[in-house]
Design a binder for this molecule. Structure first.
Ligand code: OGA
Ligand code: NI
Length: 333
């Protein structure tokens, strides 16, 4: 089946002032009507180079409880490494359509190039194309689905991943300490060395009606953690205190989302964050989220150390693959 890519639709509509009706959100979701206008509270920023380690832990824990989202700066990933990751991703999406289609996601696979196939419940679509592939651990990597053009694609992604794993490990340590646990507790409960990193590249073409459309609709990530770098075009929004707020763009910061599995492990202390993305009238927006996920067969439930008479489990324990199935098919957990 021939799938229409948003990038192709966008290039046909570039000089028009209308978008196909399946991209027009219902009024209660339209960013033009629902974006908070006024003084925007700043999403917490965590300086990971702070020599006062207690302060770093406290900042991570506080943000994870109150926002489920924060930006980390001075994380040790060289700016050049991030720039290269972004450059090769952008080059991939600028290749001719038939070259990208060589990587089209096959049914049943979680990797490949694509556009969301199924419409959402209200029959709506997001203004975005994507590329998914595993980047960690080496045993999960299938280089057949990594773009072979540009030729530096592989090197740039390997380099970024190597650094990102260290940032992830440090975040897991802070989150464990924040629960009063030994520092390896969270990562161990997430699969330890079998924890997988799945990279997604979002490509949001310019959109003639950014007031009516959304890139990705409101959702929480089902991963443990999501570590994301955007390009310089803002668009990520977070839902807090009943409002949609724009996330400020901080060059070279890594945006962290607490995902559903960390909320479950922590028995609700850390909050998985509701977020969505808007699109831009003139510019291409791109982002590179990396989803840190437990192995499919691993059972995830509230950590037993946190459960007692006064603190009963608030979530069911289930295999990650069963959680994913329910979430993707909009079934109760
Ligand atoms: C996602 C997502 C945010 C962004 O792909 O799950 O939330 O900034 N992306 O593109
Ligand atoms: Ni997300």
């Amino acid at each position: 089946m021939e799938v229409e890519r948003v990038q192709s639709i966008a290039s046909l509509k570039a000089n028009l002032d209308a978008i196909p009706s399946e991209f027009v959100r219902p009024e209660n979701e339209q960013p033009g009507r629902t974006t908070f206008r006024g003084p925007v509270p700043e999403i917490p920023v965590v300086d990971m180079s702070d020599p006062d380690r207690t302060r770093v832990v406290r900042a991570v824990v506080d943000a994870s409880c109150k926002w489920g989202m924060f930006q980390v700066v001075n994380h040790g990933i060289p700016a050049e490494v991030i720039k290269e990751l972004q450059e090769v991703g952008k080059e991939f999406f600028e290749l001719p359509q038939e070259e990208k289609e060589k990587y089209a996601m096959k049914s049943g696979s979680t990797e490949g190039y694509g556009t969301k196939l199924g419409k959402e419940l209200e029959g709506k679509k997001g203004w975005v194309d994507f590329l998914f592939h595993n980047v960690w651990p080496p045993s999960l990597i299938n280089h057949g689905v990594w773009p072979s053009k540009p030729s530096t694609y592989r090197k740039a992604n390997e380099e970024y991943t190597k650094h990102l794993v260290k940032v992830m490990d440090e975040l897991f340590e802070s989150l464990s300490i924040g629960l009063g646990l030994e520092k390896h507790a969270m990562k161990e409960a997430s699969g330890g060395e079998d924890l997988g990193l799945l990279l997604k590249i979002n490509y949001y073409p310019p959109c003639p009606r950014p007031d009516l459309a959304l890139g990705v609709p409101p959702h929480t990530d089902m991963s443990m953690l999501t570590l994301l770098v955007p390009n310089e075009v803002s668009g990520l929004q977070v839902f807090k205190d009943d409002h949609w707020f724009d996330a400020k763009y901080i060059p070279n910061a890594i945006i962290v989302h607490i995902g559903d599995q960390v909320e479950i492990l922590s028995n609700g202390k850390y909050k998985s964050v509701l977020h969505r993305t808007t699109v831009n009238k003139e510019k291409v927006r791109m982002s590179w989220p990396v989803f840190c996920e437990p192995p499919n067969e691993l059972v995830i439930g509230p950590l037993p150390q946190l459960i007692n008479q006064e603190n009963p489990p608030k979530y069911k324990a289930k295999k990650y693959k069963d959680y994913k199935y329910c979430k993707l098919n909009k079934l109760p957990q």
